[in-house]
Design a binder for this molecule. Structure first.
Ligand code: FES
Ligand SMILES: [Fe+2]
Length: 365
């Protein structure tokens, strides 16, 4: 078996797009790479863990898991948004056991220790006479948290750059799209038998697979005019919408002048059409599986629009079903002795190239 060092060294992140290869197959199948990603990528980048509306009100909380770490995000009575490791300082039980709710105090279900929404330890029953125990040093351990647009991000790295610096120019690109006017409608979660990067690669191929794999979607896009822009840690893929369409349901639910598909390194996507947005969060689940969380938003989420919105979600689900089949086939191929790494289309695959270079930079740190 090659050393981890040799596997990392086998990708040249300095090669220009027209000379570049994809990251090697081993990066998609080797447990050691998955562990390194947990540490250097998911443990150090800003990660979307909640929707802003879930903690919009004082005393509202939501729990999440990131890189194996249980977390709780809560808005205090003082309006301040905070995040903590959801791990009791007594004997490590999860303090908050509901996914979402309101509380003015967190009480651990194990021995009843209680914490304020600012994380401070408020009560520790029957703890008199414990030598050298300082309550002020036994609050919930804080995690960096920031909100951007409709999304709450956390970062497990205390020394990380602020979220705005991490997002870079993405923030200016997304701002005019006024995502604040859209309302959350529904979440769908999919389990895929592929490494998380296979799903991201598929997303970032600049529409290359769309005419072959997504016939209905292809009929609403001007494939030849599809553009791919890469900057900082994001890629924007965009296409004018076509007049003629083959599929009525797709045409009815995907409208506007342009389709815009944003990806932010490493694993977050925002897909925007007129009156519509979905976000995709791609999470590793071991080296050979991933979970993709789709959140669907619409301009109108009233009862009157419910049927239209359900049809729109069904269109998204059909496209995703087509992607799932191919992603799982790719994962099987990546295990084959017949494959090492592939080349990239200069016209289409600049987004994948950016992804691979950013990833290599973080893994080689
Ligand atoms: S583990 Fe939380 S009170 Fe004991
Ligand atoms: Fe696709």
């Amino acid at each position: 078996m090659d050393s981890l060092h040799a596997i990392l060294a086998s990708y040249d992140d300095q090669a220009a797009l027209d000379r570049a290869y994809t990251i090697p197959a081993s990066w998609y199948v080797d447990e050691r790479i998955a562990r390194l990603e947990r540490e250097n990528v998911f443990g150090r980048t800003w990660q979307a863990v909640a929707r802003a509306e879930q903690t919009a009100n004082p005393e509202e909380f939501v729990t999440a898991e990131l890189a194996g770490e249980p977390l709780v995000i809560v808005r205090g009575s003082d309006q301040q948004l905070r995040a903590f490791y959801n791990v009791c300082r007594h004997h490590a039980a999860a303090v908050v056991t509901e996914q979402h709710g309101t509380a003015n105090l967190f009480r651990c279900p194990y021995h009843g220790w209680s914490y304020g929404l600012d994380g401070s330890l408020k009560g520790a029953p029957e703890f008199e006479g414990v030598c050298g125990f300082d309550r002020s040093q036994n609050g919930l351990v804080p995690v960096r948290v920031e909100q951007w647009e409709q999304f709450v991000f956390v970062n497990l790295d205390r020394n990380a750059v602020p979220l705005a610096d991490f997002l870079g120019a993405l923030a200016q690109r997304v701002a005019p799209l006024n995502t604040g006017a859209l309302h959350f409608f529904e979440r769908r979660t999919y389990s895929l038998k592929c490494n998380w990067k296979v799903f991201v690669d598929n997303y970032l191929d600049g529409g290359y697979h769309v005419p072959h794999l997504h016939k209905a979607l292809n009929s609403i896009l001007e494939y030849k005019q599809y553009t791919i822009e890469t900057e900082d840690r994001y890629c924007l893929q965009s296409s004018p919408m076509a007049a003629a369409t083959e599929d009525a349901a797709t045409a009815a639910s995907r409208t506007g002048d342009r389709a815009r598909y944003f990806w932010q390194y490493p694993n977050f996507m925002i897909n925007r059409y007129h009156g519509y947005m979905d976000t995709n969060l791609v999470l590793p689940d071991g080296v050979d599986r991933c979970k993709v969380i789709f959140d669907f938003y619409f301009d109108d989420v009233s009862e009157a629009a419910a049927e239209r919105n359900r049809q729109s979600v069904a269109v998204g689900e059909r496209v995703n079903d087509e992607d799932v089949g191919i992603c799982e086939a790719v994962q099987r191929g990546l295990h084959s002795r017949a494959y090492g790494a592939g080349r990239l289309s200069v016209r289409r695959e600049a987004g994948e190239h950016l992804f691979h270079r950013l990833l290599a930079r973080d893994l080689k740190k």
